[in-house]
Write a protein that binds this ligand. Structure first.
Ligand SMILES: [Zn+2]
Length: 248
């Protein structure tokens, strides 16, 4: 499980809107397959590991850092792939609170005759998934205040994006910058009607308030971003903190 968690951690910042997951398949005292969620969020970790394992997956044990998905997204459910491969046992670090999966993945594996164990290294898995869980449960990304120089790649600090306050002509606006091979930039006005990728919506000066910051953060969550960082010295950090929107 430690190896699965390490692989998941290594993908943070690269796999939004999906969670970073790692999977190791173990058969007859040796590792026959390993995989992590790929850049952009798919294929999922289990599919990558099963592909490597091939026929060796039959009767094997899969260690997965998050409950395997049970829903059709852009790819078939990983539960189906694990069942089709004939895996005998699945060890899951933590259950997925996403309502599309939340316990259903585990239940379907068990119904298919797979022995399922839940909980090893759950605390580490919760930490790796903290951003994804915050978005699923609160509809916004996890926000960290970090000491930043201003030019970091968000992936290098384990985040999907860095938020920064810009000097707006009309009113304060902020920048959302993602990194790695998913590098992109949005300009966000923290108003009720937030526009991304285009001109910021003008609104009355001084209007960075809890209510419109919450709506802006919800809009960022809707983009699929799960973990965002803000410079601990940026005024935006204090505005977000006053609104109860800084998590760590
Ligand atoms: Zn999956």
């Amino acid at each position: 499980m430690t190896a699965a968690l390490d692989m998941a951690r290594g993908q943070l910042g690269l796999v939004w809107p999906n969670p970073a997951v790692g999977c190791v398949i173990w058969s007859e005292d040796r590792c026959v397959g390993r995989g992590a969620t790929q850049v952009g969020g798919r294929p999922h970790a289990e599919v990558v590991a099963l592909e490597e394992a091939g026929a060796s997956a039959r009767g094997a044990t899969a260690y997965v850092s998050l409950e395997p998905c049970n829903h059709w997204g852009k790819t078939p459910p990983c539960v189906d792939a694990l069942l089709a491969a004939g895996v005998a046992k699945v060890v899951v670090a933590i259950q997925d609170p996403d309502p599309r999966t939340n316990g259903k993945g585990i239940a379907r594996l068990r119904a298919g005759g797979v022995d399922v164990i839940i909980g090893p290294q759950a605390a580490s898995a919760a930490e790796i998934n903290a951003g994804f869980f915050t978005r699923v449960q609160e509809g916004r990304p996890l926000v960290s205040a970090l000491k930043l120089t201003g030019n970091e790649d968000p992936v290098a600090v384990g985040h999907d994006a860095i938020l920064r306050l810009l000097e707006g002509d009309v009113a304060p606006v902020f920048e959302v910058r993602t990194g790695g091979v998913r590098a992109r930039r949005w300009v966000v006005a923290p108003a009720g009607t937030t526009v991304f990728g285009g001109q910021p919506v003008p609104y009355s000066p001084g209007a960075i308030q809890a209510g419109n910051l919450r709506s802006a953060m919800a809009a960022i969550g809707a983009l699929g971003l799960t973990r965002v960082a803000v410079d601990e010295r940026d005024d935006l950090r204090w505005a977000l903190a006053d609104a109860g929107l800084v998590d760590r």
